[in-house]
Design a protein around this ligand. Structure first.
Ligand code: NDP
Length: 608
């Protein structure tokens, strides 16, 4: 494409794309660390208190269980709740939920930090809205409402009955002779289950940065996913009165920090934000649910809305954009629709290279807008500059917030930019950056969750199948069919990011998986059988397909600033977030599942 054509397609370019690209690469190079994921410390041993549950009364105990259930579901977040709901709908009544937390909700149980909310539209995000007859209060729901909705789902589908809360699975072993799983837990249970469904969640273990001296700090510390309201006062709406005379530091400026920093800024005597990489902060524009719109909804509305959203955020075209928010806008500009509009204007299809070039330029334009927003809102030019993200939009999770940037205009809030290097050291008194010690009373870790580690490490237990453990079987990468089943592990099903497709609206993907698993088990039951296992051949064919469609090692991610999306900028890994995902996209993936079900042959499964 000539320059003229590009300008025709995108409007005038008021920047130098080559210079910007160089700047992105420089910023990336500053951040890549040889240690990759090893820069983080596991929350075990002296760090294990960081994952203690602050929301339950201490001292819970119960008698161990030695009984048998038909279906055991491990994990009570959205994956587990959807699996429970769909199993109940399919007529399975003997269902036991096992959850380490004190209640259902998963990420919405743990993440109660002030300002926590979901930045995907609630009408698409909250599961089972029509089944529950519920409409969220806002376009973007706040965390307490989502947590409450999780509990309501559990009540509606009678999932509290027989549930084991505050219970962590420690061991899971298949007995080929009896055709049952034995589940051992930290409560001394040794129960049996015909089927186990694992919905452990992808981001369930908090991680801490391996900063020298991390254990030396004598002040108060906690991780955002275990917010200590006893110390800070207030609640998820803010008003953290306990901090009014405190000097507070927060490490991290990812999606979580962006949501809680406004509350910390409003309540602390002094707030220091220690930043390694700024997030992209676009417009939020939340609003209360319109009662007229609510009254106008017809049956089937949620499915239709979700599908409309998913097509748009997957680069497809729709006559109408029902959600019309920052997600659909960026995707419209950065994905296939932009290419489609361009090829219409050109009167021919774009070549792959042209398409890539167009996307890259559209991305620069979008990120220029995001950077300009920081400059418009933040008064201090140096702070504004430090808050500008120099990487492509989907290198990190895009954030949307209308108070985050303004927080830096408060006199008590200081951004301590580490220029991509991270915090240098933690001392007894505080945090050191560039040789300067910032004395603190409280240090909050908004440093995210384990991603690039093995599935079994994140689950917290291994799984013993017919003749191998899952950690051994997956030691060279995930092996499944449809992301739900693995050869050698009969009657065991996975939900989540195990060779499935990534979507912006994660609960939609979980629901597709839950419905798929319910279908499979319904078929097994209808055949009067009790054991279902994917064949080695079917699994291999699916693994080959995953490899063929792999996008994790593409130039896009190689050139990205480090983060969990690109395995911290390291060369390929079998455990990276996108490694082993279904690269054909969610729409195709859902079709694969649906077409397989339509065939009605249980192809690739050995039912016995
Ligand atoms: P992230 O992993 O996204 O962020 C961790 C932060 O810690 C980054 O800013 C990282 O910097 C920083 N960090 C790590 N080590 C150091 C160090 N040594 N010194 C200084 N800074 C450091 O975790 P989050 O909890 O923010 O988000 C995790 C995920 O949770 C999101 O990606 C999203 O999927 C989900 N989420 C969703 C929300 C929603 O609305 N639906 C809301 C909140 C979270 P760097 O970037 O340089 O690595």
């Amino acid at each position: 494409m000539s320059e003229l054509q590009i300008e025709d397609l995108l409007g005038p370019l008021d920047f130098d794309p080559d210079a910007l690209k160089q700047k992105y690469l420089q910023e990336r190079d500053k951040r890549v660390r040889q240690e990759g994921n090893e820069q983080y410390v596991e929350v075990t041993a002296e760090f294990s208190h960081y994952k203690d549950d602050p929301y339950v009364e201490p001292g819970f105990s119960r008698e161990p269980l030695f009984d048998t259930v038909e279906v055991a579901i491990i994990g009570g977040g959205f994956g587990g709740l959807l699996a429970g709901a769909r199993m109940k709908e399919a007529g399975f009544t003997d269902v036991r939920m096992i959850e380490q937390a004190g209640d259902f909700g998963g990420t919405w149980y743990w993440n109660r930090y002030p300002g926590a909310m979901c930045d995907v539209e609630s009408y698409c995000y909250l599961p089972l809205l029509e089944e529950m007859g519920y409409i969220p209060k806002h376009k973007y729901s706040f965390a307490p409402e989502i947590y409450q909705h999780s509990q309501n789902i559990a009540k509606h589908y009678d999932l509290y009955k027989n549930a084991c809360l505050q219970t962590s699975v420690k061991d899971l072993a298949w007995d080929e002779e009896t055709g049952y799983w034995t589940i051992k837990t930290n409560r001394g249970d040794e129960m049996k289950a015909r089927y186990v469904l694992m919905a452990n969640g992808p981001l369930n273990r908090p991680k801490l940065p391996g900063i020298p001296g991390i254990n030396d700090f004598k002040g108060h510390t906690f991780h955002t996913s275990r917010w200590d309201y006893d110390y800070t006062g207030g609640d998820s709406t803010g008003n953290l009165t306990g901090l009014k005379d405190k000097k507070v530091g927060i490490i991290g400026t990812g999606a979580t920090a962006v949501q809680c920093i406004p509350a910390l800024g409003a309540s602390s005597k002094q707030l220091f934000v220690f930043q390694r990489t700024p997030s992209s902060i676009d417009v939020r524009n939340n609003s209360e649910t319109d009662p007229q719109w609510k009254a106008s909804l017809e049956p089937g509305w949620q499915k239709a809305r979700r599908e409309n959203f998913n097509v748009l955020v997957s680069g497809g075209d729709q006559d109408v954009d029902l959600v019309g928010d920052g997600w659909t806008e960026i995707m419209r500009e950065l994905t296939g629709i932009a290419a489609k509009t361009a090829s219409k204007k050109l009167g021919r299809r774009l070549t792959k290279a042209e398409r890539g070039q167009l996307m890259e330029l559209a991305d620069y334009k979008k990120m220029n807008q995001v950077r300009a927003r920081a400059e418009q809102i933040v008064n201090d030019p140096e702070t504004a500059e430090a808050l500008k993200p120099y990487y492509r939009q989907f290198c990190k999770r895009p954030c949307f917030h209308d108070e985050y940037l303004d927080t830096y205009n408060l006199p008590n809030v200081k951004l301590v930019d580490t220029h991509g290097q991270g915090v240098e050291r933690i001392t007894e008194k505080g945090v050191v950056v560039d040789g300067v010690e910032y004395e603190l009373d409280c240090l909050v870790f908004a440093t995210g969750f384990e991603v690039g580690t093995s599935y079994t490490r994140r689950a917290g237990y291994d799984i013993k199948g017919i003749d191998s453990t899952l950690s051994d079987y997956w030691s060279d990468g995930l092996r499944t069919m449809h992301g739900t089943q693995t050869h050698g592990f009969p009657n065991c099903f996975f939900l989540g990011f195990t060779q499935t497709a990534v979507t912006v609206n994660v609960p939609q993907a979980l629901d597709e998986q839950a419905q798929h698993i319910a279908y499979v088990l319904d078929q097994v039951r209808n055949q009067g059988k009790h054991v279902v296992e994917v064949t080695a051949e079917a699994e291999q064919a699916y693994v080959d397909e995953i490899k063929r469609l792999d996008v994790s090692g593409t130039r896009f991610y190689r050139e990205c600033t480090p983060g969990y999306y690109n395995n911290e900028g390291q060369e390929r890994s079998d455990n990276g977030f996108f490694t082993g995902m279904y690269g054909g996209g969610s729409i195709r993936f859902f079709e694969v599942l649906e077409n397989w079900r339509k065939q009605g042959e249980m192809k690739g499964l050995d039912v016995r």
